[in-house]
Design a protein around this ligand. Structure first.
Ligand SMILES: NC(=O)c1ccc[n+]([C@@H]2O[C@H](COP(=O)([O-])OP(=O)(O)OC[C@H]3O[C@@H](n4cnc5c(N)ncnc54)[C@H](OP(=O)(O)O)[C@@H]3O)[C@@H](O)[C@H]2O)c1
Length: 281
């Protein structure tokens, strides 16, 4: 039995569906089964990663766990990993390609919590694999309201250049790792197959949706104010903007790990935009 956390999210939902397609026994951890929207045949169990006592039923009989960490600190991770360790033997963790091994402290809170969770997992005694993903193509879903309402995406860092990855490809790797052998102790750096600037991403989404879309550069301070107003912690916002500024100077890397593990090339951003065209209409 494989337990998938974050099962209603971008990646976890795909992991559940691809594990089912592969014939694996899969259970989905969700906070609210009534709104989870998972297929009826899926074994859906209620549990909350911020309340480790609630995880026992979900972990009963589980061999492997796909872990998504939906918090900005690793404070709650030791108790969750204790609970996992009482039942499972293997954990596959959705981490970040931004985690650096050559520093004691990461440069931003997001990579810091990923590095902290990774370290705790390494010490847990579980067999582990880290999926260190680069930027998700699903980040573009944040533009959907602007594209629907007029086609102008206002943001900073139009020249930031990323190798965005399709959630289906992260999930496809997760399924191979969760159902196969030979990935224990691996830190897989997962990316999409090509580099696109933010300006090019907006254009590609507009073309896929059949709605002309263009990027309009705004000052960082304006975007920062908007994110703070919608509840993002300041240190996280600053970390994200620093990372984007870095991607103007130095684009994200491209790896071939998706193809090496799944046997199929990683999907392009245009394929992602076509798959999600309806979200932008
Ligand atoms: N975006 C990027 O570019 C990027 C790059 C590398 C790594 N990552 C990492 O990827 C992860 C996010 O993955 P995603 O995009 O697939 O997730 P997502 O779509 O943001 O969904 C988050 C999931 O976590 C669940 N969740 C939230 N709070 C929970 C709790 N207290 N207990 C149990 N489940 C809870 C949500 O379930 P509910 O339905 O209950 O809300 C949902 O299924 C983050 O750790 C992020 O740092 C992101």
């Amino acid at each position: 039995m494989i337990l998938v956390t974050g099962a209603t999210g971008n990646v976890g939902r795909q992991v559940v569906s691809q594990l089912r397609d592969a014939g694996a026994a899969v259970r989905a951890l969700v906070r609210d089964p009534s709104s989870a929207g998972l297929p009826e045949e899926v074994d859906v169990v209620r549990g909350d990663l911020s309340a480790p006592d609630t995880l026992e039923a979900a972990l009963d009989g589980v061999e492997s766990v796909f872990l998504v960490w939906p918090f900005f600190t690793a404070d709650g991770a030791p108790a969750v990993l204790d609970a996992v360790g009482r039942h499972a033997r293997r954990i596959v963790y959705l981490s970040s390609a931004g985690v650096r091994e050559d520093v004691e402290r990461q440069g931003d809170p997001i990579n810091q919590f990923h590095a902290d969770v990774e370290r705790l997992i390494e010490r847990s005694g579980l067999e582990w694999t880290f999926l260190r993903a680069g930027g998700f193509a699903t980040n573009a879903l944040a533009w959907a309201p602007e594209i629907r309402e007029g086609g102008v995406v206002r943001a900073p860092f139009g020249a930031a250049t990323r190798s965005l990855i399709h959630e289906r490809d992260i999930a496809a790797v997760a399924v191979r790792v969760l159902t196969g052998d030979g990935h224990g102790g691996a830190k897989h750096h997962l990316t999409g197959p090509e580099l696109l600037s933010t300006v090019e991403q907006v254009r590609a989404v507009g073309e896929a949706a059949g709605r002309p879309a263009r990027f309009e550069e705004i000052p960082v301070e304006e975007a920062r104010r908007q994110m703070l107003a919608s509840g993002w912690p300041a240190s996280v916002v600053d970390g994200i903007f620093d990372a984007h500024a870095g991607m103007v100077a130095e684009p994200e890397r491209i790896t071939s790990t998706v193809e090496e593990i799944t046997g199929v090339p990683a999907r392009t951003f245009r394929q992602w935009a076509a798959d999600h065209a309806g979200d932008f209409r």
